[in-house]
Every structure is written in C-alpha cells, then in structure tokens.
Design a protein around this ligand. Structure first.
Ligand code: ASP
Length: 301
C-alpha cells in the first residue's frame, strides 16, 4: 500500500478562488503520487508536493504568503519522518523561496529540530541554499491586504479566523513503499501577524506529526488554538491509544480544537495502513488524496 494526501488550507474559500485551489492541490497530489508510485521516498514526495504549493501564489506558503505587521514575509515549515523520528523545522524565516526544503535540510543535516530566523538562514547558506528577494515571495493580493489592514488596531489573528479570512497553509502526508509515514506543513502564518509570531505549522506535535507505527497528521487553521491542544499529536494519540480509525480520530481532534480552545481549522490524516481522513470546522477545505487501492484521485475544495 502506498498513499498520499495534500491540503491547501481550510477556510471560507470564495467561489472565484475555488478553481485555483482545486488545481493546486490536484497538481501537488500528482507530483507526490508520481514519486511514490515510482518507488520514491515519502520524504521526497512530501517535499516536492509542498514545494509546488509554495511556488503556487494561490496559497499562504512560500510565494503568496501573508505579510506581517512590519510589511515583511516570515515563513514557518516542518517535516517529520515517522520511522527515523527525525524532523526538521524553521520558524520566522525570511527570504527563503522553499521553506519546506530548508526544513528538510535541517532534518537531514542537523542535530536540531527547529531553527528560527537568522539562524535558519545561516544554516541554509552554509549548506548551499540561496536566499531569494522579498519580492520573489510577495504578490499584489497580499500587499493590498496588508495595506488595507494598517491602522486597524482591532485586528487580531483570532478575528481573522472568526471572520473566515484566508487560511491557506499547505501540507502533505505520504506512506511510501517501505511503510514510512512522512508529514510536512508550510505556511506564511496569519495576515498582519506580530513580527516573530510563530504558529502551529513548524511545531512538531502541533501542526505536523508522523509515527509510522500509527499514522501522520498535517494541520491548518488558527495556529494559537491548534498549539493549545497539540492537535497533530492528539490525533495520532487517538489512533494509537484509543485505536480509533483515522476519520474518528480526525473528528475528535477538530471537536477538541473547537471545544477547548474555541479554534477553527482542518486536518489531513493517514493511518499506518495509508487510510486517509479529513476533518474541518470551516466552510471549506482544499484537499486531494490517492491510495494504491483507488483507481482515481479524490480532489475536493
Ligand atoms: N496554522 C497557520 C498559522 O497559524 C495558518 C493557516 O493554517 O493558515 O500560522
């Protein structure tokens, strides 16, 4: 069994943006599936699919990310291998075109799990990864959103989610032919975020988790709430300790997010057998998946 699932955020995606979200997650699924079905690794499938979504300006990850209160783009990402239990993550990093690849570099070449800001850039440069220009990440839509938000002192991240503003973080989970589960997540965070603010996406156990003997999770939504309930690990624990199937575990996780932390968001899940599940408490969530037991892709926004 091989299996692959991707997401492109959970929010009230407007009708005019449905097609771009649909195409984005569809193409990312194809990239990951092509790698897995040719015997490639889950790490490669997750990294390459997320790189595609980071390069697609539709999503709040890499190019197209939200702008922080100082007018900068700060990126968060993480990746975890559920067999080796190695993981890599970056937070509040500027001028890196593909944050998921830097997270992977940290997983592959560092003894650390999470490196922030200038330290992560330094690690990238030391290992041959180039910096990009801020303009390589900035798109007109987000510059305009940032301008519109200036001077609105009442704006908060929680309001953004309550008002169903964009939440376009991306993520992927793979089960490869060697039975290895890999999860990854990448984001520009939230609109007009406080400089240095870090959400759930780069935090192992919150936005991302993988344990090949149980399953994997990637989250999207209001990061402050997701952190409080350690959503990704909570869902893996439901599968491991309660023996829940992935759909039940995903739903319990989202219910807990809402009840305990008043949170909004969505999750994708694979269990150790590659059975996929999705749960969200937002109007829409962009996702796509395929397993070797299916004859066609499922792509839904
Ligand atoms: N979870 C991300 C964060 O809070 C945002 C998102 O999913 O869109 O940084």
């Amino acid at each position: 069994m091989i299996s692959f699932i991707v997401h492109g955020g959970a929010w009230d995606i407007p009708d005019e943006m449905l097609d771009a979200h649909y195409q984005g997650v569809k193409n990312a699924l194809e990239i990951g599936w092509h790698i897995l079905s040719n015997g490639g690794s889950g790490v490669d499938a997750v990294e390459k699919a997320i790189r595609y979504l980071e390069d697609d300006p539709t999503f709040d990850a890499g190019r197209g990310s939200f702008v922080n209160a100082l007018g900068e783009i700060e990126l968060d990402a993480s990746i975890m291998n559920g067999t080796s239990f190695r993981c890599g993550a970056i937070a509040s990093v500027q001028n890196i075109r593909n944050p998921i690849s830097l997270a992977r570099l940290i997983m592959d070449k560092s003894e650390h799990v999470l490196i922030t800001g200038m330290g992560a850039v330094r690690f990238a440069l030391e290992n041959g990864m180039q910096q990009c220009k801020s303009d390589d990440l900035l798109v007109g839509r987000e510059l305009q959103r940032w301008k519109d938000l200036q001077g609105k002192s009442t704006f908060s991240t929680k309001d953004a989610f309550k008002k169903k503003l964009p939440s376009d973080t991306v993520g992927a989970i793979a089960l490869d032919k060697n039975g290895i589960i890999v999860s990854g997540t990448s984001t520009g965070g939230t609109p007009n975020k406080y400089p240095g603010r870090v959400g759930d996406s780069p935090l192992i156990g919150c936005g991302t988790y993988a344990d090949s003997s149980v399953g994997g999770v990637s989250c999207t939504g209001w990061g402050e709430a997701i952190i409080k309930v350690a959503l990704a690990k909570t869902i893996v624990d439901q599968m491991e300790i309660n023996g829940d199937d992935p759909e039940v575990a995903a739903k319990i996780g989202i219910d807990r997010l809402q009840k305990k932390a008043d949170g909004f968001g969505g999750v994708i899940v694979l269990n150790k057998n590659g059975v996929p599940a999705v749960a969200f408490n937002t109007p829409r969530m962009a996702r796509a998946y395929r397993t070797s037991e299916m004859t066609t892709d499922i792509v839904v926004v």
